[in-house]
Design a protein around this ligand. Structure first.
Ligand SMILES: Nc1ncnc2c1ncn2[C@@H]1O[C@H](COP(=O)(O)OP(=O)(O)OP(=O)(O)O)[C@@H](O)[C@H]1O
Ligand SMILES: [Mg+2]
Length: 270
Protein backbone atom coordinates (compact mmCIF):
# COMPACT_ATOMS: atom_id res chain seq x y z
CA UNK A 1 0.00 0.00 0.00
CA UNK A 2 1.27 3.48 -0.88
CA UNK A 3 1.06 5.96 1.96
CA UNK A 4 1.35 9.66 1.28
CA UNK A 5 2.92 11.83 3.92
CA UNK A 6 1.05 15.08 3.39
CA UNK A 7 3.29 16.87 5.89
CA UNK A 8 6.19 16.54 3.46
CA UNK A 9 4.31 18.12 0.53
CA UNK A 10 6.08 21.23 -0.61
CA UNK A 11 3.78 24.10 -1.46
CA UNK A 12 4.79 23.74 -5.10
CA UNK A 13 3.63 20.12 -5.28
CA UNK A 14 -0.01 20.69 -4.46
CA UNK A 15 -2.65 21.29 -7.09
CA UNK A 16 -5.18 22.82 -4.70
CA UNK A 17 -4.11 25.55 -2.30
CA UNK A 18 -7.31 25.74 -0.27
CA UNK A 19 -10.07 23.22 0.14
CA UNK A 20 -13.17 23.82 2.21
CA UNK A 21 -14.99 20.67 3.16
CA UNK A 22 -18.56 21.02 4.41
CA UNK A 23 -17.77 24.18 6.31
CA UNK A 24 -20.38 25.84 8.52
CA UNK A 25 -19.78 29.03 10.49
CA UNK A 26 -21.57 30.84 13.26
CA UNK A 27 -20.83 33.98 15.26
CA UNK A 28 -23.19 33.18 18.13
CA UNK A 29 -23.33 29.32 18.06
CA UNK A 30 -27.11 29.60 17.47
CA UNK A 31 -27.58 30.68 13.85
CA UNK A 32 -25.33 29.72 10.94
CA UNK A 33 -23.89 32.37 8.64
CA UNK A 34 -22.44 29.70 6.32
CA UNK A 35 -23.94 26.26 5.86
CA UNK A 36 -22.09 23.24 4.52
CA UNK A 37 -19.93 25.10 2.01
CA UNK A 38 -17.36 23.12 0.01
CA UNK A 39 -14.90 24.60 -2.44
CA UNK A 40 -11.60 23.78 -4.03
CA UNK A 41 -9.25 26.57 -5.07
CA UNK A 42 -6.63 25.57 -7.63
CA UNK A 43 -3.08 26.86 -7.43
CA UNK A 44 -2.44 29.89 -9.62
CA UNK A 45 -6.13 30.47 -10.33
CA UNK A 46 -8.26 33.53 -9.75
CA UNK A 47 -11.26 32.43 -7.69
CA UNK A 48 -14.09 34.92 -7.22
CA UNK A 49 -16.87 35.02 -4.66
CA UNK A 50 -20.04 37.02 -5.32
CA UNK A 51 -23.34 37.32 -3.47
CA UNK A 52 -25.75 39.78 -1.92
CA UNK A 53 -24.80 41.89 1.09
CA UNK A 54 -24.88 39.78 4.25
CA UNK A 55 -24.73 36.46 2.36
CA UNK A 56 -21.50 35.47 4.15
CA UNK A 57 -18.71 36.41 1.71
CA UNK A 58 -16.40 38.20 4.18
CA UNK A 59 -16.99 35.38 6.66
CA UNK A 60 -15.77 32.91 4.01
CA UNK A 61 -12.56 34.88 3.60
CA UNK A 62 -12.05 35.07 7.39
CA UNK A 63 -12.32 31.27 7.51
CA UNK A 64 -9.74 31.02 4.74
CA UNK A 65 -7.19 33.23 6.47
CA UNK A 66 -7.64 31.53 9.84
CA UNK A 67 -9.17 34.58 11.58
CA UNK A 68 -12.24 32.45 12.21
CA UNK A 69 -12.61 28.76 13.03
CA UNK A 70 -15.43 26.78 11.37
CA UNK A 71 -18.21 25.49 13.62
CA UNK A 72 -18.23 22.40 11.46
CA UNK A 73 -16.16 21.01 8.59
CA UNK A 74 -12.53 21.77 7.80
CA UNK A 75 -10.39 24.20 5.79
CA UNK A 76 -7.29 22.55 4.30
CA UNK A 77 -4.17 24.40 3.09
CA UNK A 78 -2.02 22.44 0.66
CA UNK A 79 -4.06 19.42 1.83
CA UNK A 80 -2.98 19.99 5.44
CA UNK A 81 -5.43 20.03 8.30
CA UNK A 82 -5.12 22.98 10.72
CA UNK A 83 -2.39 22.08 13.20
CA UNK A 84 -0.20 24.84 14.60
CA UNK A 85 2.34 22.23 15.74
CA UNK A 86 2.92 21.27 12.10
CA UNK A 87 5.71 23.40 10.57
CA UNK A 88 4.43 22.89 7.01
CA UNK A 89 0.96 24.06 8.05
CA UNK A 90 2.37 27.15 9.80
CA UNK A 91 4.38 27.91 6.67
CA UNK A 92 1.27 27.54 4.49
CA UNK A 93 -0.82 29.95 6.52
CA UNK A 94 2.02 32.48 6.81
CA UNK A 95 1.88 32.67 3.02
CA UNK A 96 -1.62 34.15 2.99
CA UNK A 97 -1.85 37.86 2.19
CA UNK A 98 -5.19 39.32 3.27
CA UNK A 99 -6.66 42.65 2.22
CA UNK A 100 -9.73 43.43 4.37
CA UNK A 101 -12.83 45.19 3.05
CA UNK A 102 -11.65 48.40 4.79
CA UNK A 103 -8.08 47.99 3.39
CA UNK A 104 -6.50 48.39 6.87
CA UNK A 105 -3.98 51.07 5.84
CA UNK A 106 -2.29 53.47 8.28
CA UNK A 107 -3.53 56.73 6.74
CA UNK A 108 -1.05 59.11 8.40
CA UNK A 109 1.95 57.01 7.36
CA UNK A 110 3.72 57.03 4.02
CA UNK A 111 3.09 54.58 1.21
CA UNK A 112 6.49 52.97 1.84
CA UNK A 113 5.91 52.59 5.61
CA UNK A 114 2.58 50.90 4.92
CA UNK A 115 4.18 48.49 2.48
CA UNK A 116 7.03 47.68 4.87
CA UNK A 117 4.46 46.41 7.40
CA UNK A 118 4.07 43.37 5.12
CA UNK A 119 7.75 42.52 5.70
CA UNK A 120 7.70 42.79 9.52
CA UNK A 121 7.13 39.05 10.18
CA UNK A 122 10.49 38.32 8.51
CA UNK A 123 12.46 40.50 10.98
CA UNK A 124 13.70 39.43 14.39
CA UNK A 125 11.84 41.00 17.30
CA UNK A 126 14.35 43.81 17.97
CA UNK A 127 14.54 44.89 14.33
CA UNK A 128 10.80 44.53 14.07
CA UNK A 129 10.29 46.75 17.17
CA UNK A 130 12.60 49.50 15.85
CA UNK A 131 11.49 48.94 12.26
CA UNK A 132 15.11 48.39 11.18
CA UNK A 133 14.73 46.99 7.71
CA UNK A 134 17.69 45.43 5.92
CA UNK A 135 18.57 46.81 2.48
CA UNK A 136 17.11 43.83 0.63
CA UNK A 137 13.75 44.31 2.32
CA UNK A 138 13.68 47.96 1.22
CA UNK A 139 14.60 46.88 -2.28
CA UNK A 140 11.76 44.35 -2.29
CA UNK A 141 9.32 47.08 -1.17
CA UNK A 142 10.40 49.30 -4.06
CA UNK A 143 10.08 46.36 -6.45
CA UNK A 144 6.49 45.66 -5.42
CA UNK A 145 5.69 49.40 -5.49
CA UNK A 146 6.97 49.49 -9.07
CA UNK A 147 4.82 46.51 -9.91
CA UNK A 148 1.68 48.24 -8.61
CA UNK A 149 2.73 51.51 -10.31
CA UNK A 150 3.28 53.59 -7.18
CA UNK A 151 7.04 53.77 -6.65
CA UNK A 152 7.11 57.48 -7.46
CA UNK A 153 4.70 58.19 -4.64
CA UNK A 154 6.45 56.07 -2.02
CA UNK A 155 6.94 59.03 0.36
CA UNK A 156 3.40 60.35 0.09
CA UNK A 157 1.04 59.96 3.04
CA UNK A 158 -1.73 57.48 2.36
CA UNK A 159 -4.52 59.96 3.15
CA UNK A 160 -3.32 62.02 0.19
CA UNK A 161 -3.93 59.21 -2.31
CA UNK A 162 -6.90 58.46 -4.58
CA UNK A 163 -9.11 55.42 -3.96
CA UNK A 164 -7.37 53.48 -6.72
CA UNK A 165 -3.92 54.36 -5.35
CA UNK A 166 -4.92 53.27 -1.83
CA UNK A 167 -5.86 49.89 -3.27
CA UNK A 168 -2.45 49.68 -4.95
CA UNK A 169 -0.80 50.28 -1.55
CA UNK A 170 -2.89 47.52 0.03
CA UNK A 171 -1.88 45.14 -2.77
CA UNK A 172 1.80 46.13 -2.40
CA UNK A 173 1.67 45.55 1.38
CA UNK A 174 0.19 42.09 0.79
CA UNK A 175 2.83 41.31 -1.89
CA UNK A 176 5.55 42.40 0.53
CA UNK A 177 4.53 39.39 2.62
CA UNK A 178 5.72 37.17 -0.30
CA UNK A 179 2.39 35.34 -0.25
CA UNK A 180 1.24 32.24 -2.11
CA UNK A 181 -2.39 33.27 -1.74
CA UNK A 182 -3.90 36.73 -1.96
CA UNK A 183 -7.31 37.22 -0.34
CA UNK A 184 -9.04 40.47 -1.27
CA UNK A 185 -12.41 41.52 0.11
CA UNK A 186 -14.26 43.77 -2.37
CA UNK A 187 -11.07 45.61 -3.27
CA UNK A 188 -12.53 47.15 -6.44
CA UNK A 189 -16.18 47.55 -5.42
CA UNK A 190 -16.20 51.29 -4.82
CA UNK A 191 -14.15 52.20 -7.90
CA UNK A 192 -15.30 53.34 -11.35
CA UNK A 193 -15.20 50.68 -14.07
CA UNK A 194 -11.91 51.87 -15.62
CA UNK A 195 -10.01 52.07 -12.31
CA UNK A 196 -11.48 48.74 -11.19
CA UNK A 197 -10.04 47.08 -14.30
CA UNK A 198 -6.66 48.78 -13.79
CA UNK A 199 -6.51 47.32 -10.28
CA UNK A 200 -7.62 43.88 -11.53
CA UNK A 201 -4.85 44.06 -14.17
CA UNK A 202 -2.29 44.83 -11.42
CA UNK A 203 -3.46 41.72 -9.56
CA UNK A 204 -3.33 39.65 -12.74
CA UNK A 205 0.28 40.82 -13.37
CA UNK A 206 1.23 40.01 -9.76
CA UNK A 207 -0.35 36.56 -10.11
CA UNK A 208 1.81 35.83 -13.15
CA UNK A 209 5.01 37.22 -11.64
CA UNK A 210 4.72 35.47 -8.28
CA UNK A 211 2.64 32.41 -9.23
CA UNK A 212 -0.04 33.69 -6.87
CA UNK A 213 -3.48 32.31 -6.25
CA UNK A 214 -6.03 35.11 -5.87
CA UNK A 215 -9.32 34.69 -4.03
CA UNK A 216 -11.41 37.81 -4.44
CA UNK A 217 -14.82 38.95 -3.34
CA UNK A 218 -16.62 40.99 -5.97
CA UNK A 219 -19.70 43.09 -6.20
CA UNK A 220 -19.88 43.00 -9.99
CA UNK A 221 -20.60 39.62 -11.60
CA UNK A 222 -19.38 40.75 -15.04
CA UNK A 223 -16.01 41.79 -13.65
CA UNK A 224 -15.77 38.53 -11.69
CA UNK A 225 -16.49 36.45 -14.81
CA UNK A 226 -14.04 38.53 -16.86
CA UNK A 227 -11.08 37.91 -14.56
CA UNK A 228 -11.81 34.73 -12.59
CA UNK A 229 -11.39 31.10 -13.58
CA UNK A 230 -14.25 30.24 -11.24
CA UNK A 231 -16.95 32.29 -9.59
CA UNK A 232 -18.73 30.99 -6.50
CA UNK A 233 -22.17 32.51 -5.97
CA UNK A 234 -23.17 32.66 -2.29
CA UNK A 235 -26.80 32.96 -1.26
CA UNK A 236 -27.71 33.15 2.42
CA UNK A 237 -24.64 31.18 3.44
CA UNK A 238 -24.95 28.52 0.73
CA UNK A 239 -22.78 28.14 -2.34
CA UNK A 240 -25.60 27.92 -4.90
CA UNK A 241 -23.49 28.10 -8.06
CA UNK A 242 -19.90 27.73 -9.20
CA UNK A 243 -19.49 29.08 -12.69
CA UNK A 244 -16.92 30.30 -15.20
CA UNK A 245 -16.50 31.35 -18.81
CA UNK A 246 -15.38 28.92 -21.48
CA UNK A 247 -15.20 30.39 -24.97
CA UNK A 248 -18.27 32.61 -25.15
CA UNK A 249 -20.37 30.50 -22.76
CA UNK A 250 -20.98 30.53 -19.03
CA UNK A 251 -20.37 27.03 -17.69
CA UNK A 252 -21.73 25.42 -14.54
CA UNK A 253 -18.80 23.78 -12.72
CA UNK A 254 -20.82 22.86 -9.66
CA UNK A 255 -23.14 20.20 -11.03
CA UNK A 256 -21.86 20.23 -14.60
CA UNK A 257 -25.32 20.02 -16.09
CA UNK A 258 -26.97 23.43 -15.97
CA UNK A 259 -27.43 25.33 -19.21
CA UNK A 260 -26.36 28.95 -19.55
CA UNK A 261 -30.05 29.96 -19.45
CA UNK A 262 -30.61 28.01 -16.22
CA UNK A 263 -27.44 29.50 -14.69
CA UNK A 264 -28.57 33.04 -15.45
CA UNK A 265 -32.07 32.34 -14.11
CA UNK A 266 -30.62 30.88 -10.93
CA UNK A 267 -28.18 33.78 -10.56
CA UNK A 268 -30.94 36.34 -10.98
CA UNK A 269 -32.91 34.61 -8.24
CA UNK A 270 -29.94 34.70 -5.87
N1 LIG B 1 -18.43 39.89 13.92
C1 LIG B 1 -19.70 39.51 13.69
N2 LIG B 1 -20.52 39.19 14.72
C2 LIG B 1 -21.79 38.78 14.51
N3 LIG B 1 -22.35 38.65 13.30
C3 LIG B 1 -21.59 38.97 12.24
C4 LIG B 1 -20.23 39.40 12.38
N4 LIG B 1 -19.72 39.63 11.15
C5 LIG B 1 -20.72 39.36 10.29
N5 LIG B 1 -21.83 38.96 10.92
C6 LIG B 1 -23.11 38.56 10.30
O1 LIG B 1 -22.86 37.48 9.43
C7 LIG B 1 -23.61 37.62 8.22
C8 LIG B 1 -22.67 37.57 7.03
O2 LIG B 1 -21.78 38.66 7.12
P1 LIG B 1 -20.60 38.89 6.08
O3 LIG B 1 -19.85 40.08 6.55
O4 LIG B 1 -19.86 37.62 5.90
O5 LIG B 1 -21.44 39.22 4.75
P2 LIG B 1 -20.97 39.77 3.35
O6 LIG B 1 -21.53 38.87 2.32
O7 LIG B 1 -19.50 39.99 3.36
O8 LIG B 1 -21.73 41.20 3.29
P3 LIG B 1 -21.27 42.57 2.55
O9 LIG B 1 -21.46 42.35 1.07
O10 LIG B 1 -22.21 43.58 3.09
O11 LIG B 1 -19.85 42.86 2.90
C9 LIG B 1 -24.38 38.93 8.35
O12 LIG B 1 -25.70 38.61 8.76
C10 LIG B 1 -23.66 39.68 9.43
O13 LIG B 1 -24.51 40.52 10.15
MG1 LIG C 1 -18.29 41.65 3.20
Amino acid sequence: MVTINTASFSSIATLSVIQMRNVSASYDSKSFVLKNVSMNVKRGSNYAIVGASGSGKSTLLKLMNGMMIPSDGVVLYNYQKPDLKNKQYRKSISKIGYIPQTLGLVKNSSVLDNVMIGGLPRLNSINSFFKNFPKEELQHAHDVLKLVGLDEKSNRKVHMLSGGEKRRVAIARALMQKPDILLADEIVSELDAVTAREIMDVIRDAQKKFNLTAIMIHHDMNLALEYANRVAVIKEGDKVLEIGVEGDKIIDFQTGDMSQKEILEMYNES
